[in-house]
Design a protein around this ligand. Structure first.
Ligand code: SF4
Ligand code: SF4
Ligand code: SF4
Length: 259
């Protein structure tokens, strides 16, 4: 659907954490009226409806993902199944009932348990500022296949983690962020996949005391990630006596209890 320049400017002023929802709703409401172009008046009308009904929009959690599933070539690990598993878990945990029982006063979006999945380290869905951030990973492995010395891996690695020697190649595991680009661009399979999975980051937030999430050591499978998330929710339910967010309760020193 087309948007006028005025309407685009107006939607950009909506706080980023609800912008996507408001945008989708503007298009839905305008579409229901048979419109094909969104005007400033459409944005204002939906915005007012949205703010009036904000509390009814809150479901206790926010699970977001990047647009990798629509065919992004950078995906290091596909998260479709994981997304479905997490959504199922979050529904079962009845976080909305929990928040209602703990939070004094009206519920707001910032009370919700927030999660975001990005299918590669480019992190388009900003997992670093969520209670739980998940990043798709492909860990490379150097095999004994003969290296043609084409240099693709060195050129593609933005972390400068690949080093080429006369007969072989080496990956610096400290610098490598598991994007998988070197593997995808190696014509001789000298570099191949050692492991595919997800990096997990905990305790990120914005607001008055912003903090980037802390990354758990290791790479986790599609089964292990929901188990970690379940432990985070149990922690919130145990410690969040006033409905505090996970990120407000999480201490880096305690990270082992979530693995
Ligand atoms: S995070 Fe990576 S996979 Fe997802 S949309 Fe961005 S570049 Fe593509
Ligand atoms: S996986 Fe990505 S970061 Fe790691 S060595 Fe390959 S290109 Fe570099
Ligand atoms: S991309 Fe593969 S074949 Fe080319 S230099 Fe790197 S390891 Fe060797």
């Amino acid at each position: 659907m087309k948007w006028t320049a005025e309407a685009e400017r107006a939607i950009k002023k909506v706080p980023f954490f609800v912008r996507k929802r408001v945008r989708t709703r503007v298009e839905k409401e305008a579409g229901e009226k048979g419109k094909t172009v969104i005007s400033l008046a459409d944005v204002k009308e939906t915005q007012q409806n949205y703010l009036r009904g904000m509390e009814s929009e809150i479901k206790g959690y926010r699970l977001e993902r990047c647009f990798g599933a629509s065919g992004c070539p950078n995906r290091a690990c596909e998260s479709g199944e994981l997304y479905a598993k997490l959504e199922n878990l979050l529904e079962q945990e009845k976080l909305l009932d929990f928040l209602k029982s703990r939070v004094q006063g009206p519920l707001k979006f910032h009370h919700e348990f927030s999660l975001s999945i990005s299918d590669c380290p480019n992190a388009c869905s900003r997992p670093q500022i969520k209670d739980v951030g998940i990043i798709g990973a492909t860990v490379p492995l150097v095999t004994e296949n003969e290296c043609s010395q084409c240099g693709n891996c060195v050129n593609i690695c933005r972390e400068k983690a690949v080093h080429l020697f006369e007969n072989t190649v080496k990956v610096d595991n400290v610098l490598c962020i598991s994007c998988g680009q070197c593997v995808r661009n190696c014509p001789s399979e000298t570099l191949t996949v050692f492991q595919k999975g997800f990096r997990v980051l905990l305790g990120g937030r914005l607001g008055r005391h912003p903090r980037l999430a802390y990354e758990l050591p290791g790479i986790y499978s599609e089964e292990e990630v929901p188990a970690i998330v379940k432990k985070c929710i149990s922690y919130v339910k145990e410690k969040g006596t006033e409905g505090q967010r996970f990120a407000a309760l999480f201490q880096k020193a305690d990270y082992k209890r979530f693995i």
